[in-house]
Design a protein around this ligand. Structure first.
Ligand SMILES: Nc1ncnc2c1ncn2[C@@H]1O[C@H](COP(=O)(O)OP(=O)(O)OP(=O)(O)O)[C@@H](O)[C@H]1O
Ligand SMILES: [Mg+2]
Length: 256
């Protein structure tokens, strides 16, 4: 039976941010302009992207949301919750998370916080669990993620683990994917959004992923979180201009 097309984000509706008077604005993450100016984030559509230059605060925002949604700081599902020894690294995000209030349309039953940066640690954790429960590999392509190439393991994750829908926070999922596999990921996102109760919140630098129709795109580039049209993103404009005329770009870049 076909599940009707869902266009509104089914789960997370809003994040309200009220910075406590005790926070230190000279310290990460409150020193970041985007965080200082953050009051509210709305999630009207099933897919929401965060874009912006490196270091503008996309991962910081995603991590604070993920923490409030019950995911571990290293990523994973609610069942794969763990922290490494990098506790201090997450102290700032934990402070920010305390200043955030999430309002849900309905609470998701399933979900995943996917971080390209720490996917390796998640793979280790899955291997540990598999020592006493081999069936966990069914969700990840039938074998250890370490026995698959970087890109294969990423896609195995998306194809096998994410197939039932849910609430997904993805930080740079394109990191290991070829252009062809990024298209596969777009198709997977579309399939999930059409046929299941699914919501994605994604930080990305991929002009291909950003093309997802009907997505809300937030830019962190001006220091104030604001929506931006796909064709106005730097990712689209720079990539398009470069591919339209690589020679001109290279001449400009290399000129002494
Ligand atoms: N644990 C930390 N302690 C101190 N500063 C941090 C910490 N984590 C991140 N930062 C700083 O905060 C800023 C925002 O980091 P964040 O990782 O959120 O950026 P981003 O927008 O996700 O960047 P990218 O596109 O490179 O992933 C960066 O300048 C970074 O150096
Ligand atoms: Mg990041």
């Amino acid at each position: 039976m076909r599940i009707p097309l869902v266009t509104v984000a089914p789960y997370l509706d809003k994040v309200k941010v009220a910075l406590a008077p005790t926070i230190d604005v000279a310290q990460y993450p409150f020193s970041l302009s985007i965080i200082k100016n953050l009051k509210e984030i709305s999630f009207p559509s099933q897919v929401t992207f965060f874009v912006g230059e490196n270091g503008t605060g996309k991962s910081t925002i995603l991590e604070a949301i993920a923490q409030n949604a019950g995911f571990g700081p290293e990523g994973g599902s609610k069942n794969i919750y763990f922290k490494t020894s990098l506790e201090n690294t997450y102290a700032g995000v934990e402070e920010l998370a305390k200043c955030c209030t999430l309002s849900w349309r309905i609470k998701p039953k399933d979900g995943y916080f996917f971080r390209a940066e720490s996917f390796f640690n998640v793979a280790n954790r899955i291997d540990e669990i598999a020592k006493h429960d081999f069936s966990i590999y069914e969700y990840y392509g039938g074998k250890s993620l370490h026995e698959q190439s970087h890109g294969e393991s990423f896609l195995a994750f998306f194809k096998n683990r994410v197939h039932t829908g849910g609430f997904f926070i993805l930080d740079e999922p394109e990191a290991a994917l070829s252009p062809q596999r990024q298209l596969s990921l777009l198709a997977i996102i579309h399939e999930l959004c059409r046929y299941s109760q699914t919501q994605f919140i994604i930080a990305t630098h991929s002009p291909m992923l950003l093309a997802y129709p009907g997505a809300t795109i937030y830019s962190c580039d001006t220091g104030v979180l604001e929506t931006i049209a796909y064709v106005d993103t730097q990712h689209y404009q720079i990539t398009k201009n470069f591919l339209d005329n690589p020679e001109r770009y290279l001449r400009y870049l290399f000129e002494e």
